[in-house]
Design a protein around this ligand. Sequence first.
Ligand code: ATP
Ligand code: MG
Ligand code: FE
Length: 343
Amino acid sequence: MLVLGFESSCDETGVALVEVPAAGAPQLRAQALHSQIRMHQAYGGVVPELASRDHIRRVLPLTREVLSQAQVALSDIDVIAYTQGPGLAGALLVGAGVAVAMAAALDKPTVGVHHLEGHLLSPFLSVDPPEFPFVALLVSGGHTQLMRVDDVGQYQMLGETIDDAAGEAFDKSAKLLGLPYPGGPHLAQLAEQGDPTAFDLPRPMLKSGKPDFSFAGLKTAVLTQVKRLGEVPTEQQKADLAASTQAAIVELLLRKSLLALKETGLKRLVVAGGVGANRHLREQLNAACAKRQIRVHYPELSLCTDNGAMIAMAAAMRLQRGMASLRPGAGFEVRPRWTLGAA
Ligand code: ATP
Ligand code: MG
Ligand code: FE
């Protein structure tokens, strides 16, 4: 069975083809991605209307690219998956509209996928896929959650952020340091030359005793330091502040993940979402988990941020478990606000 997947929830247009064998793990056959980052950079963030329009421009050429890479005809596709939510409504509608129209023309079923389930299951596309059950640390631009995952669709929230997401904390701090959007990777790069102990930044809720997060206070502390440094901070001062900020975010993610692992007694951690690409986070988690005989799994670096492969994969795993309808002709509805685990 061949599943074509579309991702268009924010500023990446992703298309991918996953093959679902009769038995065994689904395999990625081909994928194509277009990031709109450069287009939005001039505005310092994602402009929803521009995002929707660009998805419209990109989605069919990317689909042709995927089909030609895999040497597959459109008529060979069995199921069409798309990101149903959460995300920008107009952006979601592009992927959903294309998926449903294509499915109608081909008389094939569609599967609406939860974007965060896509992130969560993206490590199953890696060479060393995890096994259920596990604790998931979902760290993206819009979410920071720790979950107990017993199988596809079986998610128990252990804790989440009460304000900003970890990716937002990276991005907002980076903006304060004058770095381009999205600042996470830029801040991480600048941090390589910095001293993580140079600035004493707060670790909000580190000792709350619960696997929940707060990052808003950290951003305010970074702002205070930026103001203190004055108009023209030196490159070294900026690098030191970047390294100190990254250290604070990573320490919070690390401590709370260990707490969730301890609470559940599970010996497996899965990290997913854009911040999961952070090298310092990976090093810290790897070291701490190795000491505790805990296995850690990540998506491939290129699959940490939004992509079509994770959407096709999530649909494939649902189909293998009989959790998605194979009846063609479904209507569609996007769900810009949608909690993972909610019906
Ligand atoms: P969501 O999935 O919650 O809807 P999103 O799709 O915007 O949000 P992702 O695409 O998963 O989020 O991740 C983007 C985020 O990851 C951005 O905040 C970006 O700065 C951050 N990010 C990417 N690479 C790194 C890195 N190396 N270090 C830190 N942050 C990073
Ligand atoms: Mg993005
Ligand atoms: Fe995402």
